[in-house]
Design a protein around this ligand. Structure first.
Ligand code: SAH
Length: 210
């Protein structure tokens, strides 16, 4: 049910669906997704779907996690990444295995506490957590050469754009419930560029803390 074979099958499926980065596929293969959901859902942890994690939130679909991570790393390795929406911590765990330093912000404290314990269990110690409204980013540690946002704002928060380093890449879903799209924002010394990747469905990015 949670065996290596099941994980292998998930990685294969993501590959069939277009994920090419071998490093990303390898990390998906190694990450025990079943510890990121409640025990009652553990048998479904290696299906390629989002699943409920309580508080009206979901663990992201593995394909989306892989797609965003692959797009983040497409132009070379990233050293310092800001993640908005820790949730279950699954995307955080994937990032922590590929990036030197991860900074993760979550507005529901109970989710963050559980996520932190799971990453500790996996001995991933290169992650710093903050309980706050991620719309504001985490200015104390800025700038970031990567930013991943795992909940959808209606439009891209200025604070996040400001905290993206020159040469940095940001993956962010944006739009309202009817039509969200995943965007890749890159920044160079002249300004920002935006590329639209896929149509997606994320929970909304909410203001303030819970
Ligand atoms: N990557 C996570 C996805 C969780 S769903 C996973 O795979 O488990 C999105 C998360 O974003 C939720 O936990 C939600 O509480 C959080 N979120 C929504 N708005 C936020 C905000 N303004 N700041 C920080 N986190 C936010």
């Amino acid at each position: 049910m949670t065996s290596q074979r099941t994980r292998e099958r998930l990685a294969k499926r993501l590959q069939d669906n277009g994920i090419e980065d071998a490093q990303v596929l390898d990390v998906i293969r190694k990450t025990p997704r079943h510890i990121f959901v409640d025990e009652a859902l553990a048998s479904r942890a290696y299906e390629d779907t989002a699943l409920p994690i309580g508080h009206g939130q979901t663990i992201s679909q593995p394909y989306i996690v892989a797609r965003m991570t692959e797009a983040l790393l497409a132009d070379g390795p990233r050293k310092k990444v800001l993640e908005i929406g820790t949730g279950s911590g699954y995307q955080t765990a994937v990032l922590a295995q590929l990036i030197d330093q991860v900074f993760s912000v979550e507005r529901i404290q109970a989710l963050q506490t559980k996520a932190r314990a799971r990453l500790r269990e996996m001995r991933l110690s290169n992650v710093k957590y903050k309980y706050d409204d991620g719309t504001l980013g985490w200015p104390e540690h800025a700038s970031y050469d990567g930013i991943i946002v795992t909940a959808a704002p209606k439009s891209i928060p200025d604070q996040l754009l400001m905290q993206l380093a020159i040469g940095g890449r940001m993956l962010i879903p944006a739009g309202d419930d009817g039509g969200q799209v995943l965007r890749l924002i890159t920044r160079d010394n002249k300004g920002y560029e935006e590329k639209i990747l896929d149509g997606v469905q994320f929970v909304p990015l909410l203001d303030g803390v819970n």
